[in-house]
Design a protein around this ligand. Structure first.
Ligand code: GAP
Length: 441
C-alpha cells in the first residue's frame, strides 16, 4: 500500500472509531492539538502502564515522580531553555508563511506559494509563555514546561533525602509537555501539547557510557516487546551540531514513518531520544539556586555530581507508531494487530441474534461478569449481523469476540473467535475470565 494512503487510512480510522479527534473541532480546530477519544485514552493508558511497569515497578533502583507543569521561571533560565530551546525560523517574503528552515523541501520552494524568497533565519523559542497571578508584568511571566525532566532535577535533593536511594538510580515521570512548534503535522508526530515518558538515570560519571549502552538496549527491547517490527526500528547517533544544548551524546531510536521523517528525508525519524545530559542540569541548578545538588557517596566517602542518562519518549508518537505498525488489510477486513495488553477492548461479547431475549440475557451477564472480574474494558455489540460485528472489532484491535448462541443455553459454552487467525473454538463460560487473564499477563 502506498505510504501516503496508509497515513490517510489511519487518520480516518482514528477519528471514525473514537481513538483521536482534532482539538477544538467544532471551532475549526487548533493547529497541532489533538484530543484522545474513548479508545485512544485506553490505548494511551495501556502504553503508559507498560512503560511504568518496565521502568519503575520491575526495578529496585527507579522511583516515580509527578512534578508540576508550572515552575518558577528561573528554572527555565538556569536549564538553558530560555536561551537555547529554539528552532531556526524563516519567512516567505511573498506569502509570509513561516517554516522551520531545516524542514523546507529540498527544492527550497515555499510549500504554500512555491516562491524561493526567504528572510534571514532567526531563532524562535519553542516555549509557551504564560503569567502567574492577575497581572501580566514581566516578573509574573513563566513558561509551560517543554520537558518534564526539569521537574526531576529540581526535586533531586528531595528524592535523595526521602528515599534512601543510592546511585546509580533513576527518577521516572509521565506528564504533559508543551512546545510552540513552527512546523506541525503528520498527525500525532509533531504536535504542540503532548504527554512524555521520561527517565532521568543518575549514575557515576565514569559509568555513564556503559549505562548509556545499557539503556539503548533496554529501550529497543521494550519497543519490540510492545510489538513494533524490528525492521521498522533503528538507532541513529546524533551529529555534534544537532544535539540539544544539554547533551554530550544523543542516540535516537528511529521508526520508518510513512511520511517525511525528522531529518527531512522520507521514512526514518525520531521515535525516542536517549541522551547523556552529563552533570549539566544538576550543576546549573546548584550554581543558580545556591542549593547543593551533589550526592554523598557513602561507599567512596566523597561527594559526586552524578551524570544523567535520559531515555525520553512521547506517548502520542508511540501511539502513532503502534497504529501504523499494527494496521493491516486482509481480504475484505481491516485489522489492528495490537498486542492484547495494548488493545483498548480485551474482548467483545455478542448475542448471536439480538431479537432473542434469552441469548441477550446470557450474553449481557457474561459481558458484565467479565468486566468486573478482569477489570479491563470489554465491548458489547448486538447490532447488525455477526460478520459485521467481527469486522468492526477487528478494526479497533479487539483480540477476541465471544458469541452466545442457542447451544450456549444448553452446554454453558460460547464461541470464541481469535482476531488474527479468525479461528473459532468453543470455550466454557466459567473459564473465559482465566483465559483472558492468562493472555493479558
Ligand atoms: N527531555 C528530553 C527531551 O525533551 P526530545 O527529543 O526533545 O527530548 C523527547 O523529546 C520525545 O518526545 C521525542 O523522542 C518524541 O517522542 C517526543 N516529542 C518531542 N517533540 C514532540 C512533538 N512536538 N510532538 C510529539 N511528540 C514529541
Amino acid at each position: 500500500m502506498p505510504k501516503a494512503d496508509l497515513m490517510e487510512k489511519i487518520v480516518s480510522l482514528a477519528k471514525r472509531r473514537g481513538f483521536i479527534f482534532p482539538g477544538s473541532e467544532i471551532y475549526s480546530g487548533l493547529g497541532g492539538v489533538y484530543d484522545l477519544g474513548p479508545l485512544g485514552v485506553e490505548l494511551a493508558s495501556n502504553i503508559k502502564r507498560d512503560w511504568w511497569k518496565n521502568i519503575v515497578e520491575k526495578r529496585d533502583n527507579v522511583v516515580g515522580l509527578d512534578s508540576s507543569i508550572l515552575m518558577n521561571r528561573q528554572v527555565w533560565h538556569t536549564s538553558g531553555h530560555v536561551e537555547s530551546f529554539a528552532d531556526p525560523l524563516v519567512e516567505c517574503k511573498n506569502c509570509h508563511s513561516r517554516f522551520r528552515e531545516d524542514h523546507l523541501p529540498k527544492s527550497g520552494s515555499c510549500p504554500t506559494c512555491g516562491k524561493k524568497e526567504w528572510t534571514e533565519s532567526r531563532q524562535f523559542n519553542l516555549m509557551f509563555k504564560t503569567h502567574i497571578g492577575p497581572t501580566e508584568e514581566a516578573g509574573s511571566e513563566t513558561y509551560l514546561r517543554p520537558e518534564t525532566a526539569q521537574g526531576i532535577f529540581v526535586n533531586f535533593g528531595n528524592v535523595v533525602d526521602t528515599m534512601r536511594v543510592k546511585i546509580p538510580f533513576g527518577i521516572a515521570q509521565i506528564g504533559k509537555g508543551f512546545r510552540n512548534e513552527i512546523t506541525i503535522g503528520n498527525f500525532l508526530f509533531r504536535v504542540r501539547e503532548f504527554e512524555m515518558m521520561e527517565l532521568e538515570y543518575f549514575t557515576y560519571p565514569e559509568k555513564a557510557e556503559e549505562d548509556f549502552e545499557y539503556w539503548q538496549k533496554e529501550r529497543m527491547n521494550w519497543h519490540l516487546s510492545l510489538g513494533l517490527s524490528r525492521k521498522n526500528l533503528r538507532f541513529r547517533e546524533h551529529e555534534s551540531d544537532e544535539r540539544a544544548h544539554y547533551a554530550a551524546r544523543s542516540v535516537d531510536i528511529e521508526y520508518d514513518w510513512p511520511f517525511i521523517g525528522s531529518q527531512g528525508k522520507p521514512g526514518w525519524g525520531e521515535l525516542e531520544g536517549i541522551a547523556n545530559r552529563t552533570d549539566y542540569d544538576l550543576k546549573q541548578h546548584t550554581k543558580e539556586s545556591g542549593k547543593d545538588l551533589s550526592y554523598f557517596d557513602d561507599e567512596n566517602k566523597k561527594k559526586v555530581v552524578p551524570y544523567v542518562i535520559e531515555p525520553s519518549l512521547g506517548v502520542g508518537r508511540m501511539m502513532l507508531a503502534l497504529l501504523i505498525d499494527s494496521y493491516s488489510e486482509d481480504k475484505d477486513r481491516v485489522v489492528l494487530k495490537l498486542k492484547p495488553a495494548l488493545a483498548p477492548y480485551k474482548a467483545a461479547v455478542f448475542p448471536l441474534l439480538s431479537n432473542k431475549p434469552e441469548l441477550a440475557e446470557l450474553a449481557k451477564k457474561i459481558y458484565l461478569d467479565l468486566k468486573s472480574s478482569i477489570q479491563h474494558p470489554i465491548a458489547w455489540d448486538d447490532r447488525g449481523n455477526i460478520g459485521k460485528r467481527y469486522y468492526s472489532q477487528d478494526e479497533i484491535g479487539t483480540p477476541f469476540c465471544i458469541t452466545v448462541d442457542f447451544d450456549s443455553l444448553k452446554d454453558s459454552s460460547v464461541t470464541i473467535r481469535d482476531r488474527d487467525s479468525t479461528k473459532q473454538n468453543r470455550e466454557k463460560i466459567n473459564s473465559l475470565a482465566s483465559k483472558l487473564r492468562k493472555i493479558l499477563s
